[in-house]
Write a new protein. Structure first.
Length: 238
């Protein structure tokens, strides 16, 4: 693999959670909260992408319900089609009603640079990757960082895949532990070695994080570079 050959197929996340168009909005909100994700693609039974529901779509729906009734002047001068679409998105009960349908996508052979340009140009955080019209994966901004941080020849190797699995499992386990303060702890993983960076509230928490990381399957060693802080961190409930 050359230094210029990082493609969407190399960077994308393939184990993507998808939902059908008839999924209830309440279930969608629960799914995003439970999985700790900010968006979910909507596909048909054949895997074709129909749209995407983001946290912003759900917030728009919630905010739209609080708006006052449309004035007679706005009804007279406004575009009926756009008003009808906005009504459906703020009052819809299923994914098909509130999803964003004008989704920017890329193909598997799009370069990392092309994916970054699309995200920058359209102000989006994720880029669905379509292969023969079907959803093959998603490239996120975090995935693009791999193109910056990882040597291209290492992407796609068994070692890289193992590190990615460790990183994902570690994040999931930290979210399950309320004491872990995952917002302030960053785990770097390379060749099975986990390096913990960030802040811990106490030596006990620091020790707990070391043990937590060491228990993840595939971890060979844990290097602790955490700093213990005694003052409340931003966003911490006092």
């Amino acid at each position: 693999m050359t230094t210029d050959s990082l493609l969407a197929r190399d960077l994308m996340t393939t184990g993507v959670v998808t939902v059908p168009p008839g999924m209830p909005v309440a279930s969608l909100a629960g799914l995003l909260a439970e999985r700790g994700i900010s968006a979910v693609p909507v596909t048909d039974a054949e895997g074709r992408l129909l749209g995407i529901v983001t946290e912003a779509d759900l917030v728009h729906r919630l905010a739209g319900k609080a708006e006052r009734a449309v004035s007679w002047l706005r009804r007279l001068l406004g575009n009926a089609e756009s008003q009808a679409e906005d009504y459906a998105r703020t009052h819809g009960m299923e994914a098909r009603d509130i999803m964003t349908t004008s989704v920017i996508t890329a193909g598997p052979d799009a370069t990392a640079e092309e994916c970054a340009q699309l995200m920058e140009r359209h102000g989006i955080k994720r880029l669905p990757v379509l292969s023969e019209g079907r959803l093959a994966g998603i490239v996120s901004r975090a995935d693009l960082l791999v193109g910056v941080l990882e040597p291209p020849e290492r992407v796609g190797t068994p070692e890289h895949s193992r590190d990615a699995r460790i990183r994902q499992a570690l994040r999931a386990e930290m979210r399950e532990q309320p004491w872990a303060q995952s917002l302030y702890v960053f785990a770097d993983v390379k060749d099975g070695v986990v390096t913990l960076h960030g802040y811990a509230k106490s030596e006990e928490m620091r020790r707990g994080l070391r043990v937590l990381a060491s228990r993840v399957e595939g971890v060979e060693r844990v290097e602790d570079k955490l700093e213990v802080v005694s003052v409340p961190l931003p966003g911490e409930v006092i």
